[in-house]
Design a protein around this ligand. Structure first.
Ligand SMILES: O=S(=O)(O)c1ccc(O)c(O)c1
Ligand SMILES: [Fe+2]
Length: 341
């Protein structure tokens, strides 16, 4: 069995957008990402706290899709480990030498993982100017950093097994009465997640989670979109999650890519950190105040590309949480006696 790469954290998402100017309005003007690199077909963006070249790349293309998600690994040798690990699994693997891939990124490897997702592993990336205390440059939502990827996949247990084998911890789950796994949140950095799985047709990108420091920035984001008559970009929230305890707002960008503005989750770094398990019948799991989860949040997501830039086929869900008759979010019946968690 080959040794898996030592993943440090979720590092960046590369999205295909159909109109780079409209995307720039959304991600730079409204969310406050800083532009580290741009040309006529590409934008490399980062949050205020981020010290490396980018955490989000927008590439102009015909069809909105996820080009790839990317994890930073601890050493250059871990890029070689990633290549050997996924090759040994018999999966598509492609070396991306420095200068031939995403600007700012050094030697990398891209794979199609066992869940069908295009994933890049890299170590070297260009450093960027420290903007942490450049309050004069903060705009809109004042995004601080990338926090996580959420991916749609029909087989949640398979997703859990794959990321467990990569050394990810599991902070929280949503489980059925027989402990069938509906969703899981998994981490390498010491917060609630770098990646989470939503049961559904996949492989699809459910959302990119980006962090602000304060909940007032989440609220201000909703106010900004409302003020400009752009409230149709707001999909879900503001609210308080049950899972993660984070304060959140979900938006859809001009191409329909979903982004979560997310703040105030918690530390998971101790070696004996225990998984917190929610029951799918607990109405507080997705919104701690029991607010409804809009159907589009369960059903809509972004397609993903293969290593040659072609859309990948999707397969339907094994479990469908939105079909489970549970609670006040329009998906079932509240049982006042239940205090699951
Ligand atoms: O809606 S959930 O409480 O399950 C949730 C928790 C954390 C997240 O990042 C998320 O997208 C969704
Ligand atoms: Fe999220």
């Amino acid at each position: 069995m080959t040794t898996p790469p030592d993943v440090v954290r979720s590092a960046y998402a590369q999205l295909v957008v159909t109109d780079l100017d409209r995307a720039s309005w959304f991600w730079v003007d409204m969310l406050g990402f800083h532009t580290q690199y741009e040309d006529k077909s590409l934008l490399c963006l980062r949050g205020t706290d981020e010290l490396t070249h980018h955490s989000l790349v927008l590439r102009k293309g015909e069809t909105a899709a996820l080009d790839h998600i990317s994890y930073r690994v601890r050493t250059p040798e871990d890029v070689d480990r990633a290549e050997r690990y996924f090759t040994a699994l018999g999966l598509p693997v492609r070396r991306v030498p420095k200068g031939s891939g995403t600007p700012g990124v050094g030697d990398a490897v891209r794979v199609i993982d066992p869940l069908g997702f295009p994933v890049e592993f890299f170590h070297d990336i260009e450093r960027a100017e420290r903007l942490i205390q450049r309050y004069d440059l903060r705009r809109g939502a004042e995004i601080a950093r990338l926090d996580h990827f959420n991916i749609c996949t029909p087989d949640i247990p398979a997703a859990y097994d794959h990321y467990k084998a990569l050394g990810f911890g599991c902070s929280e789950t949503i489980e059925g009465d027989e402990h069938e796994l509906y969703a899981a949140w998994m981490y390498r950095k010491q917060t609630v997640h770098d990646v989470a799985f939503t049961a559904g047709a996949g492989p699809q990108l459910h959302h990119v989670g980006v962090a602000t420091h304060e909940s007032h920035q989440v609220l201000r984001t909703a106010d900004l979109f409302g003020s400009l008559g752009q409230e149709h970009h707001i999909e879900r929230g503001p609210g308080r999650h049950g899972v993660s305890n984070a304060f959140y707002l979900y938006l859809r960008d001009p191409d329909g890519h979903r982004v979560e503005i997310y703040t105030s989750d918690y530390y998971t770094g101790d070696p004996d950190h225990e998984t917190y398990r929610w029951n799918v019948h607990d109405d507080r799991r997705r919104d701690f105040w029991g607010n409804a989860v809009i159907e589009s949040w369960y059903k809509e997501a972004s397609p993903v590309l293969d290593l040659d830039g072609r859309p990948r086929p999707v397969t339907g869900p094994v479990l469908d949480e939105s079909a489970v008759q549970v609670g006040a979010d329009g998906l079932g019946i509240v049982d006042p006696g239940r205090q699951d968690g």
